[in-house]
Design a protein around this ligand. Structure first.
Ligand code: BTN
Length: 322
């Protein structure tokens, strides 16, 4: 009901919607409409009520609730089902549970705050309330296990595009999962897999974006390496808009990838948005550090590094320093 009321108000930007029109559209009494308006106001929506004119949406709070995301979302797979929590330990953990219980492909799990946000390699992910996008998508691609990591690369392309569009500043991909603005990270991707034999059952694609995190709020150890979209653009960005942009960029790339194109069909797009190739890097792998020049990425998404002794190494998984 509240979602319908909000939708009607948003369709008249700056204008009034009469109580009568709302009653008719929702099939309830004026008192019921007033009660819902009151609840929306309590949730932070600034709604003006004027006798004989009706209601006018003056300002929306920066929420990532299902209703804020859904209105205006132009996808047909991603985010068709949305699970919102104000506070949660980790959206990835919740998405894993929901996926095991049969949640459909494209389900979005999102929270205002995470109390135990997870990063790659067992690290924590700083996830304060009211200022970031902490979300996980459930995907069910028909993939061999060896290809699952490519989803992170496909997502990175979508992220770089979405964040560039939202800020007007070029975002770059650091292989495999970081999106940076001028060497500072504003987004990380954590893909987790549930598989059996050689077949992927489902993937949970976790995305963390520092949207309106004030720079001074980052913990000491992140101060010099993290940034947020607000820091880059200079003004806050509504988080629901960020979520929609990400899903709208990701959906066509994901479809191209799973409908037979594979990573080879995304590779050139990845190269255009990357800031890894051509650099001197240190790849911290499970086998130890590998130093050299990041030469290329192959059709499977594997990073090729020319070591100082001239040998070329294939890097399947690593943290990259440059
Ligand atoms: C990284 O760069 O190390 C990956 C960070 C991924 C963070 C996101 S936030 C939403 C989702 N839930 C988690 O617990 N982690 C991912």
């Amino acid at each position: 009901m509240q979602e319908s009321i909000l939708h009607m108000l948003r369709e008249q930007p700056g204008g009034f919607v009469s109580g009568e029109a709302m009653c008719q559209a929702c099939g309830v009494s004026r008192t019921a409409i007033w009660k819902h308006i009151k609840e929306l106001q309590d949730a932070g929506y600034e709604i003006e009520a004027v006798r004989n004119k009706g209601y006018r949406l003056v300002q929306s709070p920066d929420l990532v609730t299902a209703s804020e995301i859904r209105d205006g979302l132009r996808t047909s797979l991603l985010g068709q089902s949305i699970v919102y929590h104000e506070t949660i330990d980790s959206t990835n953990t919740m998405a894993q549970k929901l996926a095991l219980n049969g949640a459909p492909e494209g389900t979005l799990v999102i929270a205002d705050e995470q109390t135990a946000g997870r990063g790659r390699r067992g690290r924590n992910w700083f996830s304060p309330p009211h200022s970031g996008v902490w979300m996980s998508l459930i995907l069910r691609p028909q993939l061999p296990v060896a290809h699952a990591a490519q989803i992170t690369l496909v997502t990175a392309v979508a992220m770089a595009r979405a964040l560039t569009r939202l800020t007007g500043v070029e975002a770059g991909i650091k292989w495999p999962n970081d999106i940076l603005f001028d060497k500072r990270k504003c987004c990380g991707i954590l893909t987790e897999m549930h598989a059996e034999f050689d077949q992927v059952h489902h993937l949970v694609l976790g995305i963390g974006i520092n949207v309106n995190v004030p720079q001074e709020q980052f913990p000491e150890e992140l101060q010099s390496i993290a940034t947020s979209l607000q820091g880059v653009k200079g003004v806050p960005i509504p988080r629901a808009e960020v979520v929609r942009a990400v899903m709208e960029e990701l959906e066509p790339l994901y479809r191209r990838y799973v409908d037979g194109g594979g990573f080879a069909s995304i590779r050139e797009d990845w190269k255009r948005s990357n800031i890894t190739l051509g650099r001197q890097i240190v790849a911290q792998t499970a086998r130890g550090p590998i130093t050299g020049e990041a030469l290329d990425i192959d059709e499977f998404g594997v990073l090729l590094v020319r070591r100082e002794d001239g040998e070329t190494e294939k890097i399947y998984s690593a943290d990259i320093l440059f």
